[in-house]
Write a protein that binds this ligand. Structure first.
Ligand code: SF4
Ligand code: SF4
Length: 454
């Protein structure tokens, strides 16, 4: 690809941020376990940022594993596939872990798919070419990604074919592949980098080609030495660079990883493409390789099932649409002091209570905290210590934004740049007065968004 990497200038970190305990040791050292196919999966028709899917199947219809069951309703939307073979059930409206109410298609499993190591090999094994990829035209790559139903697997769930589409208006010079996984507890990306670096490299080469990037850099935090070594070995001779960045939260945020890797600042309210960068997560890259090379859709993903409230914390390869409760059972159940389930990690995840809630494409983990882990102090008045300001990676003043939100003052919220907050949780984590800064800011953002639409 003629990649030129000499102008790599990253400082390896960003200003502000925090160092919460990682708790990654709970699940990082064991190979990914493959879950047996569950009896039922429940597939939300809206699993991505952007538009939902419309169903292409009817109740009682038989579907094959990987068959298309929903198609996107807009450009910023994507395809949905059956993650198990079986019989489509009546649509049901369900509350997802993020609190949104969505139409879902349940599928009762009937039929066989590979199991155990066979399923792992089917998805991540095989031959992953790093040469001859010029045969894949950018438009063909983007189409295959959309047909494969890919979204960002790091949690954002933005449709991948949109993210890595070539653009004349904002040319992309660098593709950054995000392997930071800075969220405490979660280790699914880490295990994937260690156990399946080859599809990540092939996917990165294809995505870089699609977006027209001159260079490709994989950013990994310096607490993941085995992953760094595995990626470097797999990337040998391809021109892809592995950039080791400092372990700090939220290093995996797009804007802060760009700052760490190429020392460019994305303008407030801007996008990575404003500084010539496209970014995608390591898991997404592996899915890109499979969708483009083998024309196989996204039906399964690796999920961390972890926290002090899980008997056997593990990383699990499971079908999209499996229930969180089934994941818990597969990992030995809950400990007696399990107190809170969080979809994702404790900093940016969503607490929920129904174990029947289904996993979506963007679910990177389930963290179950114990009573001791969630013990929060009682909220007291702000003591104006300024700690929340010191840690905010967006240079915001969280205490003032939260106050504006508490007073439902939309104009003031806007003046304090509330929409620039990406809800990383660093301010709330550090606040000695236990003020629920993120909840307040989240509510304020929703108010501003409603006001903007009206
Ligand atoms: S204000 Fe937003 S971006 Fe800043 S620390 Fe708090 S949650 Fe993170
Ligand atoms: S960290 Fe908490 S107590 Fe300190 S200024 Fe911010 S909101 Fe106030």
């Amino acid at each position: 690809m003629g990649l030129k990497l000499e102008d790599y200038t990253g400082s390896g970190t960003f200003a502000h941020g925090i160092h919460p305990p990682g708790h990654k040791n709970l699940s990082q050292d064991e190979p990914v376990r493959v879950m047996p196919t569950p009896d039922t999966v429940v597939l939300s028709l809206h699993q991505n940022i952007g538009g939902p899917c419309e169903p292409l199947v009817k109740p009682r219809q038989t579907v094959a594993w990987g068959e298309i069951i929903g198609k996107g309703t807009s450009f910023v939307s994507t395809t949905l596939h059956a993650s198990v073979p079986g019989i489509v059930q009546r649509p049901v409206r369900m509350t997802l872990a993020n609190g949104r109410h969505m139409d879902t298609l349940p599928i009762k499993t009937e039929g066989e798919i590979p199991s155990g190591r066979g399923l792992w090999d089917e998805i991540f094994g095989g031959n992953w070419p790093v040469t001859g990829l010029d045969a894949y035209e950018p438009a063909r790559i983007s189409l295959a990604i959309n047909e494969g139903g890919l979204v960002g697997l790091g949690g954002a769930a933005f449709p991948t074919h949109v993210k890595i589409a070539p653009s004349d208006k904002k040319p992309i010079h660098t593709l950054i592949v995000n392997g930071c996984e800075c969220e405490p507890y979660l280790t699914s990306d880490y295990r994937l980098m260690v156990e399946a670096p080859w599809p990540i490299i092939t996917g990165a080469l294809l995505a870089g080609r699609s977006v027209g990037a001159k260079r490709i850099v994989i950013g990994v935090e310096d607490n993941k030495a085995p992953a760094i070594a595995a990626l470097k070995r797999a990337a040998e001779g391809t021109g892809i660079k592995v950039a080791v960045v400092k372990t700090k939260y939220p290093q995996g945020s797009e804007k802060h990883l760009i700052q760490a890797v190429i020392k460019r600042q994305v303008p407030l309210g801007g996008l990575p493409s404003d500084v010539g960068v496209a970014m995608s997560n390591v898991g997404t890259m592996a899915a890109v390789a499979r969708a483009v090379i083998y024309k196989k859709p996204l039906t399964h993903r690796v999920i961390s099932v972890t926290g002090g409230g899980i008997v056997n914390p593990s990383n699990v390869l499971a079908p999209i649409g499996v229930s969180f409760g089934a994941l818990v059972d597969f990992c030995g159940g809950l400990t007696p002091d399990a107190a809170r389930m969080i979809a994702g990690g404790p900093m940016m995840g969503f607490a929920f209570s129904n174990p029947g809630t289904p996993v979506t494409k963007g679910t990177s983990g389930l963290t179950v905290m114990t009573r001791d882990e969630v013990k929060a102090g009682e909220e007291t008045a702000c003591i104006r210590c300024g700690k929340c300001v010191d840690v905010c990676p967006m240079n915001l003043v969280p205490t003032k934004i939260a106050m504006a939100s508490r007073h439902q003052d939309i104009a003031l919220s806007r003046r304090y740049n509330i929409m620039a907050c990406f809800e990383c949780g660093s301010c709330a984590y550090t606040c000695p007065a236990h003020i629920p800064l993120v909840q307040l800011i989240r509510a304020g953002k929703a108010r501003v968004a409603v006001a903007d639409r009206s």
